[in-house]
Design a protein around this ligand. Sequence first.
Ligand SMILES: CNc1ncnc2c1ncn2[C@@H]1O[C@H](COP(=O)(O)O)[C@@H](O)[C@H]1O
Length: 385
Amino acid sequence: MDDDSVFYKKLPKVELHAHLNGSVSAQTMEKLIQRKPHLNIERNMTAIGKGQRRTLDECFEVFKLIHKLVDTEEDIHTVATDVIKEFAVDNVKYLELRSTPREEKGTGLTKKSYVEAVIKAIQQCKYDGVDIDVRFLVAIDRRNGTEVAMETVKLAEEFMLSSGGLVLGIDLSGDPKMLTTADWEHPTTQELQFWRCSDPVVSLSQFGSSSSLRYVGHGRCLLPALERARNCGLKLSLHMSEVSSQLEESELLLNLPPDRIGHGTFLHPEMGGSQPLVDQVVKHNIPLEICLTSNVKGKTVPSYSQHHFRYWYQLGHPCVICTDDKGVFCTDLSQEYQLAASTFSLSPDAVWELSERAVDCIFAGEAVKQQLKQKWTEIKPGLLK
Ligand SMILES: CNc1ncnc2c1ncn2[C@@H]1O[C@H](COP(=O)(O)O)[C@@H](O)[C@H]1O
């Protein structure tokens, strides 16, 4: 490791946007593959290597494969434990993991036992003295529709009250792509469910097209669940404008408003967004979770240098560097900070400030923030001369 990389490794960091099943390392993946050889899944099918790029659609196919490998309580416990320890080795001092509870009839996994398995892994790591504070956000997969979103919020609510402060909020994620009419020749039962929720057909005349698209998992259908979450004290981290077609949805979601925004790639006017959207984000001071490699490899931004981090950072808006899916995109948080620094010419002092300011964006309360700030203060003299 060169001197430069050592700096980023030693830098204390906060990770706020990490999907559990997207964060599985190559080593853990080997363990899972050995447990289920009959699936014929190979390691190279679950990761996007250096220099490789995929469409966002292909990324979502990768998650489906990983979900086949991770389908028991034991698998979830293994994956969560390994991911937590790997972030700790990377000097991440505070981690908010997020994951979508799944039920698997074949293995007896229920959504409740799914969340319990993650919580047990967090508690075990704490008991073992792993030097990282870990919290959990329960994820809503937008593709699963209104009712499942509401069930997920209720589950999160239960765990918020019973987990001793480990469950702090809700993540809204999942494939943001719209389905066109053509895709709907053979809708699945699940897709038909969306069709029934309020007004999922949106005219494209504003974009110069006479056709209409049926939004699947449009935020409008999820608003009641998100509002309930907000009202009961769960924090909201919402994927917004990850793809270019979500302006109308972003307007709706910003009215909640969310506590943090995942990606927000297409919010600003230079990316086809709008000034009112930017004004709203700035007015509420909503931090952006920035995932450089994920966006480049998933082809939602053309290159590192054209990443929207530049726009928001120059505005002085809170931006938190994150990994998104460190396993799938073959990265870690040190690497992401190093990429941000080299791409946007950030000095070591500026990088330090970026990592320290991330502490202000965590969902845990003031006492935890103060403890973390104290850690940063202790580490600083050894790292920045
Ligand atoms: C690349 N950009 C992204 N955009 C939107 N959602 C994403 C995502 N990356 C991951 N997920 C969401 O996280 C799930 C995998 O982790 P969990 O099974 O929940 O732990 C994916 O199925 C998707 O719903």
